[in-house]
Design a protein around this ligand. Structure first.
Ligand code: ATP
Length: 586
């Protein structure tokens, strides 16, 4: 069997498996049996449905329409027939598999496919540009499909759109790597740390699976390779900050866009919270930074500022800077401030393992009032809870979101939510936070939106222990009509015929969608529910979950990926925070 044939066989087993444990074991077996270990990074990218790690921004440049045409060419069918089949089956992979089985034409010669050949061909496809490039891509992809067996064609046809439908995420792959190396998950933490620093799962797999000695592996912060962000915990009261952090400083929490800025020599790259390269959206910032005489990796929050009225602008205005076209106009319309709040590397020195107070000294030295655009976040040292309360109210009066408490002795906790940062936000309830959910289904519109295909969204949080998404709200209000329309379009592209296996739901929406888009929800409180599955134990006789009361959509979080949504553990913590607050209030 060809090496790609073997991969396809394993992917099928993963796709058909529901148990997380077994999926991890199958993954591990695949990695073990994959002979060409030097190319294992290519296998990982293939499984993730990407060509290169996201921060490199390399895309296929062929969508559904072209895959349909390639399938038609490869197997000798009419495009209209392939389209009809696609409507029936709802999955380009199954379409290609079926037509490959019933192919009307054979390729001129046969070829056994390997992952390396498939991957390298796809990379070269992505590089074709200029006049007639789409036609050429289409033909080359058809050629590849022509060589494939039916099962290989299933995964090949899914690859360009990135929807591999395996139902596994990064954590499963990290566990599987550990199992191959150590036979248990004991190496997971170490491997994950490397992943948090590199944001490149392919590289991680290659390092751990193709080298026998990684004990001296130096995990440095590297220029132009984004670090996964440190995240903040929540508490129920200001008093709790004093319990959780011994020595801390309070900063304002600016409600803008998180930026990770990498600068070396004259080169500047800016990454979003989820490691997308967003450099071109900030020409003003780049030109100021490129003239600095230090190299660095640092983080800051970018927030729009109304110069005339001297006021911070709401997030909805700031976010207009994130766009593909008309950037220069927006630079004028939405002037920004960037408040630097952390630094991870300076020149050749890594800082992530230095305490915050030391990192802060570098921030103050290089960024404080650096320019009209760049400064550092304010930092205060309150003596008691009253001081913290005052700072909180001051932040709200300035139009900010709340405060962040920073443990001065903590190291930078890449990719982890730890008490080294604590957030206190003003939203619904005194300090109750908003949550981020992934959309897994849509309900047809009723009332005003009766004509629309979707009027409500089924939203899920993530259960880390069970590695699945669990429902917490059905939500239909909050966004503008335009936003609904835009979201509706995006969701209709990822409709599924059946429930994704990584979703646990008692509700049946009109359409399932692939868990992909993240939305932020506000709500009045968390309640116990019979119909939502968040934290539900299906083996117990009293099947209860958590749900949101009066959920509303606040914004689409395109800076978050599905594996970064609020977790079930966070919901349990929020429920507890809410309980403590209501005890205080009564
Ligand atoms: P999270 O990042 O915790 O998953 P989130 O993206 O919804 O959640 P928040 O819960 O609002 O964000 O809080 C953390 C975010 O606050 C950071 O990611 C950062 O963008 C922003 N932020 C604003 N001001 C600061 C500050 N002074 N220090 C650190 N982060 C800040």
């Amino acid at each position: 069997m060809s090496d790609f044939g073997l991969v396809a066989k394993y992917l099928k087993s993963i796709e058909e498996e529901n148990s997380r444990l077994l999926m991890t074991n199958i993954c591990a077996e695949l990695f073990k049996n994959f002979a060409d270990k030097q190319s294992i990074d290519k296998l990982i990218y293939f499984m993730q449905g990407i060509l290169r790690p996201k921060f490199e921004g390399i895309e296929f440049g062929i969508g559904d329409k072209y895959i349909i045409s390639s399938t038609a060419i490869a197997y000798g069918y009419d495009v209209s027939y392939v389209n009809r089949l696609y409507k029936d089956l709802g999955d380009l992979g199954l379409v290609a598999e079926k037509l490959c089985e019933e192919r009307k034409q054979e390729p001129l010669f046969k070829k056994d496919l390997s992952i390396t050949y498939v991957y390298d061909t796809c990379i070269s496809l992505s590089r074709i540009t200029g006049k007639g490039s789409l036609d050429l891509k289409l033909k080359k992809f058809a050629e590849l499909l022509g060589y494939a067996t039916p099962l290989e064609a299933r995964y090949l046809a899914r690859y360009p759109t990135g929807h591999m439908r395996l139902g596994i995420g990064d954590p499963t792959i990290l566990d599987a790597i550990s199992i191959v190396v150590k036979s248990t998950k004991e190496l997971r933490e170490e491997i994950e740390r490397y992943y948090n620093l590199t944001s490149d799962l392919g590289k991680v797999a290659k390092v751990y699976l193709s080298t026998s000695d990684f004990s001296n592996l130096k995990s440095n912060v590297e220029y132009f390779s984004p670090v996964r962000p440190a995240l903040a915990e929540r508490v129920s009261s200001i008093e709790e900050i004093f319990e959780k952090q011994e020595r801390f400083g309070i900063e304002f929490k600016y409600d803008g866009i998180r930026l990770q800025i990498h600068k070396r020599g004259k080169e500047v790259k800016i990454f979003s919270r989820n490691q997308e390269n967003i450099t071109r959206m900030f020409p003003d910032l780049c030109s100021e930074i490129s003239s600095m005489n230090i190299d660095f990796v640092a983080e800051g929050e970018c927030i729009g500022f109304d110069i005339v009225n001297k006021k911070f602008l709401p997030f909805q205005v700031t976010v207009q800077r994130k766009r593909k076209y008309g950037i220069q106009e927006k630079v004028k319309e939405v002037p920004i401030y960037v408040f630097m709040f952390d630094i991870l590397k300076i020149n050749d020195e890594d800082l992530i393992d230095k305490p915050y107070w030391e990192r802060r000294m570098y921030l103050e030295k290089y960024f404080k009032n650096y320019s009209k655009l760049i400064t550092v976040s304010d930092l205060y040292f309150p003596r008691n809870t009253d001081d913290v309360k005052k700072l909180f109210h001051q932040a709200i009066e300035l139009g900010l979101e709340g405060i962040m408490s920073k443990n001065l002795d903590a190291l930078y906790t890449a990719g982890a939510r730890k008490f080294s940062w604590i957030k206190l936000k003003k939203s619904y309830g005194e300090f109750i936070d908003t949550i981020d959910c992934v959309v897994v289904g849509t309900f047809r519109g009723t009332g005003q939106r009766a004509s629309q295909e979707f009027g409500g969204l089924l939203c899920c949080v993530y259960n880390q222990e069970k590695s699945r998404f669990e429902t917490i709200a059905k939500v239909s209000s909050g966004l503008s009509e335009l936003e609904y329309e835009e979201l509706g379009k995006k969701l209709s592209e990822i409709k599924l015929k059946k429930r994704p296996k990584e979703v646990f739901s008692l509700l049946e929406p009109d359409y399932w969608v692939e868990p992909k888009f993240v939305v932020e929800l506000g709500f009045d409180e968390i309640t116990v529910s019979d119909i939502h599955t968040c934290n539900m134990d299906e083996s117990s006789s009293q099947k209860k979950g958590y749900a949101l009361r009066f959920p509303r959509l606040l914004r689409i979080r395109d800076d978050k990926d599905k594996d970064e949504v609020t977790t079930v553990k966070e919901i349990i913590d929020l429920y507890e925070i809410q309980r403590k607050q209501s005890r205080v209030n009564h």
